[in-house]
Design a protein around this ligand. Structure first.
Ligand SMILES: NC(=O)c1ccc[n+]([C@@H]2O[C@H](COP(=O)([O-])OP(=O)(O)OC[C@H]3O[C@@H](n4cnc5c(N)ncnc54)[C@H](O)[C@@H]3O)[C@@H](O)[C@H]2O)c1
Ligand SMILES: [Zn+2]
Length: 355
């Protein structure tokens, strides 16, 4: 059983357990991590209905799961407050803890609830989508949306444990699995080596939900993220590399109102755009071949108004500094670099993403 131990400069520590069937060991893992007091088990209502048989027995040790019908549209502060109310009703005290089972929306909200409840109680993240396992679970960023934009409120609050059970992913719609795989491919390009080879070999099997193919990909992506966030807990340096493919990706999502592309689809197209700017990169064709295998269910045709909106979004991207857009590029596979990109570069990347 791979357990990845991450120690942060703040003194916080997160243990990540990645193992098919890990969910069943959740009470023992919590006890082993020294978590005591009354727990509050917050659960994505959809996951609760799909995995009832696996989740209800956990109630014996963790209290009955508290189902929350969350969605990106309801990723708001009132939902965080409702979660906190449910924790008080459950009798969770200062010495208690929160367990969050669900996609990235649920874990971001429940992590924020844990950060605020009684001025902060420990929490355990059990991400149930591939995207959340490889990205949202580890790193301590919690948050909610404002009408002005996504994740505009939040807190850093490191989970004590991250439990990734690839068996949970069997019920994910295929498009959600592909969305998570785009982030795995991003990690493979940042890392190279074994993770890249596994992606090249097993991408379609993983997309079909085979736990044996998924587990090592989740582990490889989590190991990479663990290394990066341990060195950069509060996002001042290396964490920027995790934005590979995201400058164009975010712009595509914003220009299409966050409804047309899944996040991973936008990232996959963003990776194509990024590669177009990596002039002289060795093995660029190899990288492109892998990226082009990521299935994109949404049509990638954008009208001229949307293309213009995407270019404007890139200029507004939070990495904009002194008039330049900061792109993460690859010098080679495994070696990311930050570069200022001109307006012309942005247009070239967008055209390549949508070609
Ligand atoms: N904190 C971070 O560092 C971080 C990183 C990346 C993304 N995020 C956040 O994560 C969110 C996206 O996460 P997501 O892609 O998991 O979306 P999500 O939480 O909306 O889940 C997608 C859908 O899948 C359902 N679902 C969850 N688990 C399932 C399962 N096992 N089987 C079937 N259906 C299941 C959910 O109910 C939902 O309908 C965004 O809000 C984003 O901001 C946070
Ligand atoms: Zn992403």
């Amino acid at each position: 059983m791979p357990t990845i131990e991450v120690r942060f400069a703040s003194g916080a520590r997160t243990d990540c357990v990645i193992e098919p069937g890990a969910l069943q060991r959740l009470p023992a893992l919590c006890a082993g991590a020294g978590l005591g007091g009354t727990p509050g088990l917050l659960c994505d209502a959809r996951v609760l209905s799909l995995h009832r048989d696996a989740l209800l027995p956990l109630g014996e040790h963790l209290g009955d799961p508290i189902g929350r019908a969350v969605s990106e549209a309801r990723k708001t502060l009132p939902e965080v407050e409702a979660m906190c109310e449910a924790l008080t009703a459950r009798g969770v005290g200062r010495d208690g803890y929160v367990v969050a089972i669900g996609g990235g929306v649920l874990t971001d909200l429940a992590g924020l609830a844990a950060a605020l409840y009684m001025r902060g109680v420990p929490w355990v993240s059990v991400p149930s989508t591939l995207l959340a396992q490889v990205d949202a679970g580890l790193g301590g960023k919690t948050g909610a949306n404002l009408s002005a934009g996504k994740n505009l409120i939040g807190a850093f609050h490191q989970p004590r444990l991250v439990i990734c059970d690839p068996l949970l992913l069997a019920t994910l719609p295929s498009r959600e699995r592909w969305s998570g795989l785009a982030e795995v491919v991003k990690c493979a390009l940042l890392e190279g080596g074994d993770l890249l080879q596994r992606c090249e070999r097993d991408l379609e099997r993983a997309a079909a939900g085979e736990a044996e193919a998924l587990a090592p990909l989740v582990e490889g992506a989590v190991r990479l993220k663990a290394r990066i966030v341990a060195a950069d807990e509060r996002e001042g340096g290396q964490r920027a590399f995790l934005n590979l493919g995201h400058t164009v990706g975010h712009a595509l999502e914003a220009a299409t109102g966050y409804t047309h592309f899944s996040h991973g689809e936008a990232v996959a197209l963003g990776l194509r755009g990024m590669l177009a700017l990596c002039d002289g990169m060795p093995e660029r064709d190899r990288a492109l071949r892998l990226v082009e295998r990521i299935r994109i269910a949404a049509g990638s045709g954008l009208d001229s108004g949307q293309r213009e909106a995407a270019l404007q979004a890139m200029r507004r991207d939070k990495k904009v500094r002194r008039g330049g857009v900061r792109f993460v590029l690859l010098e080679r596979i495994g070696t990311p670099v930050l570069r200022e990109a001109s307006a012309e570069d942005c247009a070239r990347a967008l055209a390549a993403a949508l070609a």
